[in-house]
Design a protein around this ligand. Structure first.
Ligand SMILES: [Zn+2]
Ligand SMILES: [Zn+2]
Ligand SMILES: [Zn+2]
Length: 151
């Protein structure tokens, strides 16, 4: 009978640890409807600071307005998965347009302001993800150069 008790104990342990690890690693984040400072965030946001199912670290707090549809999305993948058209990048001549939204304070930055911000919101000092600069070419016309990446 001792071995049966051990078996029951082990089974219980496996069940409990399985449940715990499932809670720590959610497979799907719930998509919520997000509106920041009166601006609707499209795509698949998961909170009210522009994080999305694709990018949701502490630093992922900006949304980008797409040139093609004039709507804010948390990221390129959000646009790809939910918009019904191909994305367009912002031409350099329009880098003075407000196209970046800080999810922490709700301020809209122009593309030039964002690129010159050193990954910190000029209004609320929130830290932006410096890795975003690797993806500038998805949103902005860059002539193939990597701009804004100081590393
Ligand atoms: Zn679009
Ligand atoms: Zn996304
Ligand atoms: Zn801010």
């Amino acid at each position: 009978m001792k071995s049966l008790q051990t078996l029951v104990f082990l089974l219980g342990f496996i069940l409990i640890s399985g449940t715990l690890s499932a809670q720590q690693n959610p497979v799907m984040l719930p998509v919520v409807s997000s509106r920041i400072n009166g601006i609707n965030i499209f795509g698949k946001p998961v909170d009210q600071q522009t994080r999305c199912v694709h990018w949701h670290s502490q630093l992922d707090v900006i949304a980008i307005k797409f040139k093609c549809c004039d709507k804010y999305y948390p990221c390129f993948s959000c646009h790809e998965e939910t918009a019904d058209h191909k994305p367009e990048v912002w031409p350099q001549a329009e880098f003075d347009s407000k196209a970046i939204l800080c999810g922490v304070c709700g301020t809209e930055l122009t593309i030039n302001e964002y690129m010159g911000s050193d990954n910190t919101c000029p209004k609320c000092q929130a830290a932006f993800n410096p890795g975003c600069s690797k993806h500038y070419h998805l949103y902005f016309e860059t002539d193939g150069k990597v701009i804004g990446d100081k590393r």
